[in-house]
Design a protein around this ligand. Sequence first.
Ligand code: NAD
Length: 497
Amino acid sequence: MERIGHWIGGRPWDGVAERTGPVYNPATGEERARVDLATAEVVDAAVAAAAQALPEWRATSLTRRASALFAFRDLVAGRREELAALITAEHGKVQQDALGEVQRGLEVVEFACGIPHLLKGAYSLNVSTRIDAYSIRQPVGVCAIISPFNFPAMVPMWFYPLAIACGNTVVCKPSEKDPSVSVRVAELWAEAGLPPGVFNVVHGDAVAVDRLLEHPGVQAVSFVGSTPVAHHIYQQGTSHGKRVQALGGAKNHMLVLPDADLDLAADAAVSAGYGSAGERCMAISVVVAVDPVGDDLVDRIAERTRKVAVGDGSRPGSEMGPLVTGAHRDRVTGYVAGGEAAGARLVVDGRGWAVDGAPGGFWLGPCLFDRVTPEMMLYRDEIFGPVLSVVRVPSYEAGVALINANPWGNGTAIFTNDGGAARRFQEEVEVGLIGINVPIPVPMAYYSFGGWKASLFGDSHAHGTDGVHFFTRGKAVTSRWLDPSHGGIHLGFPTNQ
Ligand code: NAD
């Protein structure tokens, strides 16, 4: 059985693991490897390695840091197929989707290659007579990155390229469900010439995470995962004096107005609802149909849903893979049974779906519910699987009120041909990421990614200028060189002259 170990101080950790966990191939249901689960001592060793590497790395010139990023960028780009295959083997998503994930991560690396420009401060000459003022940004220190299973390559890449570019060192704690790609990334960093200890990987569960949260050597925590854990991370991390950005779960709504192009909307609902088996924080899980379009829209979505090709993600032709674990598949299936019992209309039932894959895989076909109401668990919980719910509303106003009453606020979309309605929507809706005739509005790396309400704790979104600010601390310097004479003692508060 393959063993997946930690990466500490520029090489694989050679200790003996006290605990290990299973890593499955979701398409077969077989255990493909065991992953080491870090104890507090192993976390301490990783933080010590990061702390030891920090003084030299933060003093490394911007040019050299950027060179390491360019080299890493080329290595990841050259091995995208290999990384995507690793993702598919442990997550289950189809190859094309896994390649897209690597590509979106690479965009953050490319953004971080511009770090010399991104870290420029401001300079004001003569803010007072012969006194200048300027600003600089410095690294925060050792940064912890804790990531979810659903984007094992991209989500950590939202953070570590910028953290490293800004002069910090990193301890990454990937999901224990699909940990291999992070180890491969660590090897690529080493090949790119990054000094040992700047990028470390510890695998593990709550034991490792809780040690990172309380460790006095960790200055910043970037977390992505479910809302209850994000809340815990934010509370614990900030109570230990760290800066924390904790991105949580989602329940993303897609509002379809009667004037929308219904074929475009139906294509978008199916792509965004069932892509990656619904295991995306930006998946559409609720279609809000403004009547009278409900019947027509549901027919068009159902027709397309029935044609989704479910199968082993490594096989060409598969459009949707299995769920990540058997336990998660069973949980999602429970919502399908619960939705039926609650009185929602199950238009397409993905249970028992014909699948191009091994019988032991964690399969569930796409499920479509109509006439879902806000009290149902189907609507209230984040299901994180291939279950799409249609809620009918009588008006645009009722649709926006529904979205704004939802506790989450990660992503949303409006489908309409009315520019005025779209403009109103982007202003009125209480959600961080908005799509206008775009179902999965994940911003490019040079904008920042983040939700509102229960989808994000903290005030910094990921990457973009928010990312640069999160991974640096500002200083404002006031300086006098030319005129050392101070004109005598003056006890009043300094003002400009
Ligand atoms: P999760 O919350 O179970 O796990 C995330 C990370 O936290 C993992 O590394 C895990 O090991 C760790 N963890 C789990 N339980 C913990 C605990 N009790 N204490 C400390 N650490 C713990 O999330 P997941 O199932 O891996 O990922 C899916 C979730 O992530 C969904 O809710 C999804 O919406 C969310 N997500 C959000 C975004 C976003 O940008 N907002 C992006 C991707 C995923």
